[in-house]
Every structure is written in C-alpha cells, then in structure tokens.
Design a protein around this ligand. Structure first.
Ligand code: ATP
Ligand code: MG
Length: 122
C-alpha cells in the first residue's frame, strides 16, 4: 500500500472542504447495502459532511459485543430498552446515533478496507 499527502488549500477550505472530503470518503460505497432505502441520501450526505473517527476493534465475538455496547439503531428506542448503551447516552434519534458497527464478518472486512485500506499488509 502507498500513502499520499492530501491538503485542502485556503481557497477551497471555507466553502468546499465538505464536498471534497465527501468525494474522497465516498460514503455511498461504504453504505451500498442501503442504496435505495429512503434514508440513503441523508445518511451518506451526513456521514461525508464532517470528520469521523475510525477504530478496528479486535476480540472474540467483537461484532456482536460492539453492537451490544452500541445499542438499538434508534437512540430514542435505545433510551427506553437499554439506557446503559452508547447510543442511548450519546445519540439523538433514528438517524443521528453516534456510532457505527459492522453487522457481519464480510461487511466488517469490506468496511475496514474502505476506511483503512490494506493496512495489515503494510
Ligand atoms: P450501523 O450500520 O450504523 O452500525 P445499524 O446496523 O444498527 O447501524 P442499519 O440498519 O445498518 O443500522 O442503518 C445504518 C444507519 O442508517 C443507521 O445507523 C442510521 O444512522 C441510519 N438509519 C437506519 N435506519 C434509518 C431510518 N429508518 N431513518 C433514518 N436513518 C436510518
Ligand atoms: Mg448496519
């Protein structure tokens, strides 16, 4: 794998930073399983609109363990059914829910590749 330096320069930063980052991150690809759903446009636009922070978590049953810690997709429901979860604490509603977690080993591999590239081969 190879690295390059990308800078958004002063002429573009104030007005075009989000559009340029959106092109780079291409959240449409990340969320391709949801293409065609009514919230797809809102979700991908929101996810590309500002910096996000990515982690690869590793432990036995990491996928279900992390999903249990996140809680229900809809933060309002999470507050009712599992108030100790991250989405109950830090999420807002059914679309703005603070955190993402992969739902299968296949999607985890695809999503890690989309965000970090082939980092283990470096
Ligand atoms: P994630 O994939 O983010 O870990 P999830 O697997 O619980 O969450 P998905 O069904 O995969 O939920 O939906 C992906 C994301 O799309 C959700 O986290 C949420 O931000 C948004 N979303 C899901 N359903 C809706 C909805 N009905 N209305 C608006 N946004 C939604
Ligand atoms: Mg999901």
């Amino acid at each position: 794998i190879q690295r390059t330096m990308a800078l958004i320069k002063p002429d573009a930063y104030p007005t075009h930073k989000n559009d340029i980052v959106a092109r780079i991150i291409k959240m449409e690809e990340f969320y391709k399983d949801h293409a065609g759903k009514p919230f797809f446009e809102e979700l991908t636009t929101w996810m590309s609109s500002a910096p996000i922070y990515g982690l690869v978590l590793e432990r036995p049953a990491a996928i279900i363990e992390w999903r249990n810690l996140m809680g229900h997709t809809n933060s309002n429901i999470a507050r009712e059914v599992a108030p100790y979860t991250i989405r109950a604490h830090y999420g807002t509603d059914g679309s703005h829910n603070a955190v993402h977690g992969s739902d299968s080993p296949e999607n985890a591999a695809r999503e890690i590749m989309a965000v970090f590239g082939n980092w283990e081969a470096e």
